[in-house]
Design a protein around this ligand. Structure first.
Ligand code: ATP
Ligand code: MG
Length: 564
């Protein structure tokens, strides 16, 4: 699991093998250039992290560059808001600013248009006056060939005039499209006269009303790669069937084989208990299932950031899983184990009580407050500590007390003695209840001889509880989270919302914290003793989001797998 330098230099996978072969053969004159091409129509999710780590990682390993290229060819769904958030998320994930400014497919619209005219002049593209439905119906399927459009044999001259008229806005939206003229019988459906341009009466967030025709993904993508000088165009497996088309366009445009970029596909990242599709994530926001794109339950990079995931843990996870050619689904617990390992090393310990129960020490000297030494981080070599106030008025966790404890409940109960962390041994003598019979206060005594956490007579206790002193505490809220989807594999084929976990968020609004939490920075993650890791929200209130629990669920899964 460790991600040290030796492993870094030895990284091997089929993409790196291809690049090494290209370097040896002198293809691209030793240059390696990649790109990460998101469409600015939503926020990035953790699946994108794999592609970002791969593309930016390769550029840095091979001393090349990686462009963040916005694939902004669909004006209806794209916006500047997404451009900005995508850049911010990438810089957060990588841990540094981009070394070169982002680029945009829309910057190439004029060049793409000229290339389309060139295709027309070569007799390799035509204007089709049929509607989208007819074109789709004529494509055939895997077993049957498609049918030629009645407009397929228009002359180059005629097509050129019509295409220029398309650009000028003579035709209404949907009236006609520009298609490549390849073959309607091609065994690869992507090659059956794909659409290159469609009419869209929409303003574009960058080019405004300059254009009325917009290129499709297929037409824009490889050509944008070529314009930028990309060498290795890496995409996910679903683009596999588009590869021959990618090559066909560049070949028609006269770019020599050894010089043109080429596409290689790798497996998408998928996780259990979540969905990684912008369309579905957008629905979760639009239908108010979650509060926003950066809701800590969302698998978006902004959601994980808000939840306190260290970007280095996501990068280490991506390194660990590597690159493969077959799709698979990773257990979300594996990603979480990387987060936990990292936070265990990096985060300070604090004490907090999420669901408080009042505890009064009846033999504590009136008016006295002690300042107890508490270790900040047992994994930190400096072994620094802080002072935590302690008195006879405390809060403990409701869960840590049971009036009639079942077997194996070792925490506090009437007549039982336990240790308070960094404090003393206490014994519960009396339970005060409200009208409903719910305990509201515990009356306890402490043993002043146990100040060092041990009893001089050697008697043992079975539990150590965390606590917060009442008169100096800070009040606030803690949000704890469960999986957004209850099922391991949410069923995206029907209504995926059926699989939602109804209790994915629990709000605890009367939480108590030790005073030192006031010095925490927004976004800082701490371990609340015995509870897990929590991230301070950047709002003004003392709100903490649960990053992750303490228990290593990944280890359990491995154990179960070994038993099978
Ligand atoms: P979604 O399917 O969630 O809508 P997308 O593929 O449409 O995502 P893009 O903005 O087109 O989103 O993706 C940008 C890049 O990220 C593409 O190269 C795509 O292959 C890659 N990518 C998207 N999802 C994943 C994933 N789950 N794992 C790895 N790479 C991904
Ligand atoms: Mg896509």
């Amino acid at each position: 699991m460790d991600n040290n330098d030796t492993e870094e230099t030895m990284k091997r996978d089929f993409i790196r093998d291809l690049i090494n072969t290209d370097l040896t053969s002198g293809r691209f004159s030793g240059k390696v250039q990649t790109r990460f091409p998101p469409e600015p129509n939503g926020h990035l999710h953790v699946g994108h992290a794999k592609s970002i780590c791969l593309n930016f990682g390769l550029a840095s390993e091979y001393g090349g560059i990686c462009n963040l290229r916005f694939d902004d060819t669909n004006p209806a769904t794209e916006s500047l808001e997404f451009v900005e958030s995508i850049r911010q998320d990438i810089e957060w994930l990588l841990g540094h600013e981009l070394s070169n400014e982002p680029v945009f497919a829309s910057s190439y619209f004029e060049q793409l248009y000229e290339w389309a005219e060139l295709l027309i002049k070569l007799g390799k593209a035509y204007v089709d006056d049929q509607g989208a439905e007819t074109i789709s119906a004529q494509r055939g399927n895997f077993t049957e060939p498609g049918a030629n459009s009645p407009f397929r044999d228009r002359t180059s001259e005629e097509n050129l005039i019509l295409f220029r008229e398309m650009r000028e806005g003579i035709f209404p939206e949907g009236f006609c499209v520009l298609r490549a003229k390849i073959s309607m019988e091609h065994e690869n459906m992507s090659m059956r006269d794909p659409v290159l341009y469609r009419i869209r009466n929409e303003s574009h967030f960058r080019t405004g009303d300059d254009w009325i025709i917009y290129p499709t993904y297929d037409w824009a993508h490889g050509q944008s790669d070529a314009i930028e000088g990309v060498t290795h165009s890496l995409c996910t497996l679903e683009f596999d069937s588009h590869r021959p088309l990618y090559d066909w366009f560049l070949e028609q445009l006269g770019i020599a084989e050894g010089e043109r970029p080429y596409q290689t596909e790798f497996a998408r990242l998928n996780f259990t208990h979540t969905v990684l599709s912008k369309r579905l994530l957008k629905r979760l926001v639009d239908e108010s299932v979650v509060k926003s794109w950066d809701d800590p339950r969302m698998p978006t990079l902004s959601g994980l950031r808000r939840r306190g995931y260290p970007p280095s843990a996501i990068r280490a996870f991506c390194d660990h899983i590597g690159i493969a050619k077959t799709n698979s689904t990773h257990e979300i617990e594996l990603l979480e184990s990387f987060v936990r390992d990292e936070l265990n090393q990096s985060s300070d310990r604090k004490m907090a009580v999420i669901n408080p129960l009042k505890l009064t020490i009846t033999n504590w000297p009136e008016g006295r407050t002690e300042y107890r030494d508490a270790t900040n981080n047992p994994n930190d070599s400096s072994k620094s500590s802080r002072k935590v106030p302690f008195s006879g008025d405390l809060f403990i966790e409701q869960e840590d007390f049971m009036e009639e404890p079942p077997l194996k409940f070792y925490r506090l109960a009437p007549g039982r003695e336990v240790r308070l962390r960094f404090g003393y041994f206490i014994t519960c003598n009396e339970v005060i209840k409200d009208g409903n019979g719910t305990p509201v206060e515990l009356l306890c005594t402490y043993d002043p001889e146990t100040s060092g956490g041990k009893a001089p007579d050697g008697r043992k206790v079975k539990a150590t509880l965390h606590w917060v002193e009442a008169s100096n505490c800070v009040e606030g809220s803690v949000f704890t989270y469960e999986r957004l989807f209850a099922s391991e594999h949410p069923d995206t084929s029907t209504d995926v919302f059926k699989d939602l976990n109804k209790s994915s968020l629990s709000m605890h609004s009367s939480a108590k914290f030790e005073p030192s939490i006031e010095t925490l920075k927004d976004g800082e993650v701490v371990q609340f003793e015995r509870l897990g890791y929590f991230c301070k929200d950047d709002s003004d209130t003392n709100l903490f989001h649960q990053t992750i629990g303490l228990r290593d669920e990944w280890a359990n899964i491995q154990k179960q797998n070994n038993l099978k």
